[in-house]
Design a protein around this ligand. Structure first.
Ligand SMILES: Nc1ncnc2c1ncn2[C@@H]1O[C@H](COP(=O)(O)OP(=O)(O)OP(=O)(O)O)[C@@H](O)[C@H]1O
Ligand SMILES: [Mg+2]
Length: 336
């Protein structure tokens, strides 16, 4: 099977920085693939290359077997793009915004009408289709831009930080929406984000990018597993005794148990799987649980492991995120 996206040794150099530094990976058809990285990591630059807005300095990229430099027109037919900055026209209605795009792709009138109604329904904007976009909230505008990116029924949708600046509820609505669209249409989704939770919930696979280099790539669960370490289950028990401790230590799935002032920290490989078994065991032992908390490994831990910093530290030299690409960033060692 052909790949939806093939990227081979892509390098993009600007006068003051190498924004994308020898990146190679493939994206399967129907996959939701996430490019996760802090400000200035090179996400937008890579998306611009894949969507024929910018040429790479060297290397090769193909969209459904079409080289992005040699066949930009064919590539454009195959892809939809939702760029980092909001680009829907405030002075037009949602319908008009979509219709302009549909015309650009030469869709016949009937097809335009069908596609626009179908997509506005999916993004739950059909009631607001005739309202000016100026009256929309940020989340609604983003939903419209996703629908607009799909108006010519592309195979691959590129989204550059689609939920940036949105409130948690609107972000969740967009995640649900993207999952729904993928299920209904087998669309391939290529998304960039600097939100760990977004990448974790949404993506089948993630590539972590830092200073233009891919530092790790796998499914969210494999990435978490790859850094070793364990999930921690914290419990306080009503009648904790040394014999409880002995029994816990004898259980195979428990890697370590530490006790402090009656509270236990139990290390396991997979908290979600271990929890029911553990609760059952406590029942058998006749102890009841007073308090319970789970600390699962997160992509934050993965990011720290591979880059040596938290994503928030990496974001400390924040630029105005709504500007998108093009804001010069200091090189490592000369952080602002
Ligand atoms: N047109 C350009 N000219 C010069 N430098 C650029 C240009 N576009 C991007 N850069 C630089 O390339 C690096 C990568 O930028 P890019 O916008 O791709 O990062 P990003 O991961 O999308 O960041 P953000 O999360 O802020 O959107 C940065 O150092 C940026 O300043
Ligand atoms: Mg960007």
């Amino acid at each position: 099977m052909a790949y939806a996206v093939e990227i081979q040794n892509i390098i993009k150099k600007f006068p003051s920085v190498t924004a994308v530094n020898d990146v190679t990976f493939n994206v399967d058809e129907g996959e939701i693939f996430g490019l996760l990285g802090p400000n200035g990591a090179g996400k937008t630059t890579l998306i611009r290359i894949l969507t024929c807005i910018m040429k790479p300095t060297s290397g090769q990229a193909k969209i459904r077997e079409f080289d992005v430099v040699r066949y930009p027109a064919r590539v454009r037919r195959n892809i939809g793009v939702v760029s980092q900055a909001m680009t829907s026209d405030l002075d037009l209605t949602a319908w008009e915004n979509m219709n302009i795009y549909a015309k650009y792709f030469d869709l016949p009138k009937k097809q335009r009408k069908e596609n626009i109604s179908y997509l506005l329904k999916i993004v739950e904007l059909e009631d607001r289709a005739k309202d000016l976009v100026a009256t929309y909230s940020g989340g609604m505008r983003r939903r419209l831009e996703i629908a607009r990116g799909l108006v010519h029924r592309p195979y691959i949708l590129f989204l550059d930080e689609p939920t940036i600046g949105l409130d948690p509820q609107s972000r969740r609505v967009i995640w649900d929406l993207l999952q729904k669209i993928r299920k209904e249409t087998n669309l391939t989704i290529f998304i960039t984000t600097h939100y760990m939770d977004e990448a974790d919930v949404l993506c089948d696979r993630i590539a972590i990018i830092d200073y233009g280099k891919i530092v790790a790539m796998d499914s969210p669960s494999n990435l978490k597993r790859s850094i070793g370490g364990f999930d921690i289950i914290e419990v306080s028990l009503s009648n904790f005794t040394p014999s409880v401790m002995e029994r816990l230590k004898a259980m195979k799935f428990i890697k370590e148990v530490a006790e402090k002032e009656g509270a236990l920290r139990i290390s396991v490989e997979d908290a979600a799987k271990s929890m029911p078994v553990l609760i059952e065991e406590f029942k058998k032992m006749g102890v009841s649980i007073l308090y319970l908390a789970i600390h699962e490994q997160s992509l934050e831990d993965v990011f720290i492991h591979y880059t040596g910093k938290t994503i928030r530290e990496a974001e400390a030299q924040k630029v105005n995120m709504f500007l998108g690409a093009g804001v010069p960033r200091q090189l490592p060692g000369s952080r602002i």
